[in-house]
Design a protein around this ligand. Structure first.
Ligand code: PEP
Length: 253
């Protein structure tokens, strides 16, 4: 059977960082990418407050934008929440759902994450569905069981290569400077690929992209990309500065 060709995606998650001044980093990134033939897709996910402004600047350079979360409902009495439709209205094409900080700090279950991923699809957005084990779970040898459970519970009702991306982010690697070995990354990605075939169907799942996230930097991006079945990166801290983010993008060019 022919190997599925998957175009890499490098997505930056700014988390709760950046005010208007941070727009200069997107302008810089757009300048740096001008005229460059990219072999990967690039996306920036700023806080909601910057989504429209970042989308306007990024669109000119072919950089996609996304939100870091959305509500499952399209509208209603949900003070402080933002619907997927509103994210789309800001010019974004993606939304991250189920980031470990949402799962841990906001008690989001797999069912909540799935509802948000379905909402993303309803609004015409691509869902980046995050999952990953804690250090305790890894030490207990439960990593593959945990990611299987999260994948099965969080995957949207229909997951197609054009509208769904999976991001494997070991919780203990996020923002810590720690990364799994390449063997560990390849083991989890290989497992997720097989699980996707079981859950979503072989043909359909072969085109789904599997990103790695957790302390990706310019210095380690190329070697992480070379680990088996890695189709790009979800980048937190190192996406805030255009020069660092570009250093990571270069590993995928
Ligand atoms: C993230 O928050 O998704 C992330 C991967 O963070 P960092 O790159 O800072 O570890």
């Amino acid at each position: 059977m022919a190997k599925a060709v998957r175009r890499a995606l490098v997505a930056g998650n700014w988390k709760m960082n950046g005010a208007t001044a941070q727009l200069k980093e997107v302008r810089l990134l757009a300048q740096m990418l001008e005229g460059v033939r990219l072999n990967c897709d690039v996306a920036v996910c700023p806080p909601f407050t910057l989504l429209s402004a970042v989308s306007r600047v990024a669109a000119k350079a072919g950089i996609a934008t996304g939100a870091q979360d959305c509500h499952a409902e399209a509208s209603g009495a949900f003070t402080g929440d933002v619907a997927a439709e509103m994210v789309k209205d800001c010019g974004a094409s993606l939304v991250i759902v189920g980031h470990s900080e949402r799962r841990t700090l906001h008690g989001e279950t797999d069912a909540v994450v799935k509802a948000k991923a379905d909402a993303a699809h309803r609004a015409g957005l691509t869902a980046i569905v995050c999952l990953g084990e804690t250090l305790e779970e890894r030490k207990a040898g439960r990593t593959l069981d945990v990611v299987s459970r999260q994948l099965e519970g969080s995957l949207p009702s229909v997951a197609l290569p054009a509208d769904t991306v999976i991001a494997y982010e070991p919780v203990w690697a996020i923002g810590t400077g720690l990364t799994p070995t390449l063997k560990e990354v390849a083991e989890v990605h290989g497992h997720l690929r097989a699980e996707l075939a079981r859950i979503a169907g072989g043909q359909r799942s072969r085109g789904l992209r599997l990103l790695y996230g957790g302390s990706v930097k310019p210095a380690n991006a190329a070697e992480l990309m070379a680990a088996g079945d890695v189709d790009g990166a979800l980048v937190g801290g190192a996406s805030l500065k255009a020069s660092d983010f570009l250093g990571i993008i270069k590993a995928y060019m």
